[in-house]
Ligand binder design. Structure first.
Ligand SMILES: [Zn+2]
Length: 251
């Protein structure tokens, strides 16, 4: 880009700025700055399905991993809702306090699950304030460190407790992304989303499709402690414990 303002100063006789001293050495600005450009394009994408209402009961949570049988290409991991001490956890390294919470909450998970959480939390497709997330590699490859390639599809089932009825609502969730994008990943993602939804609907406790109304967590408040399992919810509006699904008692 030419630096026009420098030229203008030289040509303008009325300019109060004295002419630049004669060029000597390397400290002189050239007429045009030769720029080296640097750019990183990160592409994260994902899809979620409609919800499926489940008959709740003691086995509701236990059933979740079975919904990925036949689709999972790696170990099926369960990510539980985060308690209140992790309510600010965000996978954003420039915010050290939030990033530390996130790492403390998730360092024990597999590279596949951490990658899935980075993608799906960044695009707001899952929210661990109320979601339980069942995760696996669904398509594509991992690199030599075990992290999914940019076109690998990860995801599974996200489940939360419906605030009105206390029923468990399950939805299929897939995501992918990183330093690149491929045209056919979206189509593969759609196909996998349909496969997971089919599995959810085939579950013995499934009652049918339902509109998903995700609970709205209140930032930084919450603090209701479950009398049944001791879980301290970060979720102010929760009537049901995000972890065990039992009714929370309000003091
Ligand atoms: Zn509980």
């Amino acid at each position: 880009m030419p630096l026009d303002f420098l030229k203008r100063k030289k040509d303008d006789g009325d300019s109060p700025t004295p002419a630049a001293p004669a060029a000597t050495g390397s400290a002189v600005l050239p007429e045009e700055v030769v720029a080296q450009d640097f750019l990183l394009k990160l592409y994260y994408a994902g899809k979620t399905s409609e919800g499926v209402r489940m008959r709740t009961g003691p086995n509701a949570m236990v059933e979740l991993p079975s919904m990925l049988v036949g689709l999972a290409k790696s170990e099926i991991e369960v990510v539980e809702p985060l308690p209140i001490e992790f309510s600010q956890a965000t996978p954003t390294i420039a915010r050290p306090s939030e990033a530390m919470q996130w790492l403390n909450a998730h360092h024990a998970h597999s590279p596949i699950t951490r990658h899935a959480l980075v993608v799906l939390e960044s695009i707001d497709a899952v929210d661990l304030a109320f979601d339980t997330f069942i995760c696996s590699l669904l398509d594509g490859e991992v690199d030599t460190s075990g992290y999914p390639e940019y076109n690998a599809v990860v995801g599974g089932v996200a489940a939360h407790w419906d605030e009105a009825t206390g029923d468990m609502i399950c939805r299929a969730v897939v995501g992918w992304g990183g330093r690149g994008v491929r045209g056919d990943t979206d189509r593969i993602g759609s196909k996998l989303l349909a496969g997971i939804l089919t599995n959810i609907l085939a579950n013995q406790y499934a009652m049918g499709l339902t509109a998903v109304e995700r609970p709205m967590p209140a930032a930084g408040r919450g603090g209701l402690v479950c009398a049944h399992c001791g879980f301290a919810s970060a979720h102010e509006r929760a009537f049901y414990c995000p972890k065990c699904g039992m009714r929370l008692l309000r003091g």
